[in-house]
Design a binder for this molecule. Structure first.
Ligand SMILES: [Zn+2]
Length: 357
């Protein structure tokens, strides 16, 4: 998480809060000024000035996705220009980025939709601070922002820890401790980049998936199989005859009970179910998990049913299978629009003291 201090610095806010576990509760009062939030994705930048009820401005992203011909330095400069143009004077701005980001500093490690295969980390927060020192800038990853929105809208009283898992063009997970109001991160300011963990292929017949590439350049990752692009790779490995876009074909094929589509769903849902099972094994106080993102929301009912079917099966004394009542209370499959990273970004300031390593 970045807490880029404005000039002059806000009193009591550590210049570098890598070293401080938390700020005093009174600090949030120091963040006066107009609220500004932006959700920055590869396709659109959505911005809102003021409260949750104010209108949203949506503008095409200055991204590699939209401008394959533009250089990365130019795209980054265009983004900084756009944000600095829109943010009101003296505002407290919260930005949600569709990229792996150091939550402690605001450094962006990389984003294929925004900047292609550029691997050099980019300290966007520093650029924003240089250009607009009057503004207090906070940066989070869009999954973190989505978690904040999901937690605010769906975690009722008594929920101790809550997680949000996105299964989309990539796969990532964030967990918040509601009792301590914390989102712990590691030394790199990261948490839950689970899409880039090696995935065990233990299901009968799943060895067909061995060595599938991942967007990060490695092989055999969760995202190699279970993300949107992963779905297409698995379909190819299975030799399924299908239209170019698997995501468009699959829902209809599942509805028609196509055996190839069924197998594809099983193989792609299995490692996600395994991840959930592991999360609950390691953290019995993880009371609520939301699942969203384009793959989960697009496949909807059949995807939810397959994940639940797998979680219902006992695999050992440590994992005795979970019945419908248990799963109904703890696992929620989100519908499109139900979780909003822009709304979540607007809640970031409340969580700042708790986003620490
Ligand atoms: Zn990977």
């Amino acid at each position: 998480m970045s807490a880029v201090t404005p000039a002059p610095p806000v009193q009591d806010v550590p210049e570098d809060h890598r070293t401080g576990p938390a700020r005093s509760p009174s600090v949030s009062a120091a963040f006066s000024g107009t609220a500004f939030a932006a959700d920055i994705g590869g396709t659109w930048v959505r911005m809102r000035t003021g409260g949750q009820d104010e209108p949203v401005e949506r503008t095409p992203s200055p991204s590699r996705l939209r401008h394959p011909d533009r250089s990365v330095p130019r795209l980054r400069a265009d983004l900084v220009d756009l944000l600095c143009d829109r943010v009101p004077a003296g505002a407290r701005a919260a930005l949600s980025f569709g990229a792996a980001i150091d939550h402690l500093t605001g450094t962006v490690y990389g984003s294929a939709p925004l900047w292609g295969d550029e691997t050099a980390a980019y300290d966007v927060a520093a650029d924003l601070r240089r250009r607009r020192p009057d503004v207090t800038w906070h940066l989070v990853n869009d999954v973190t922002a989505a978690l904040l929105d999901f937690a605010a809208t769906h975690a009722g009283p008594g929920i101790r820890r809550v997680a949000y898992l996105t299964v989309s063009s990539g796969i990532a997970l964030r967990t918040a401790d509601l009792e301590q109001r914390r989102i712990p991160v590691d030394d790199l300011g990261l948490q839950g980049e689970a899409g880039h963990l090696p995935v065990p292929l233990t299901d009968p017949g799943s060895d067909v998936l061995a060595g599938l590439p991942c967007e990060c350049g490695a092989r055999g990752h969760l995202a190699s199989i279970a993300s949107g692009p992963g779905l297409a790779r698995v379909a190819e490995r299975l030799g399924l005859s299908r239209p170019a876009r698997v995501a468009d074909w699959l829902p209809g094929a599942l509805a028609a009970d196509d055996p190839g589509a069924r197998r594809l769903l099983e193989l792609c849902a299995a490692p996600v179910a395994h991840l959930l099972r592991t999360m609950w094994c390691l953290d019995p106080h993880l009371d609520l998990i939301g699942i969203g993102g384009g793959v989960a929301e697009g496949l909807a009912g059949p995807y939810a049913a397959e994940i639940r079917r797998r979680l219902a099966a006992a695999t050992s004394y440590a994992d005795r299978g979970r019945d419908d009542v248990w799963l109904d209370e703890r696992l929620m499959f989100c519908t499109p629009g139900q979780v909003d990273a822009l709304r979540g970004a607007q809640r970031v300031a409340d969580w700042l003291p708790g986003i620490t390593r």
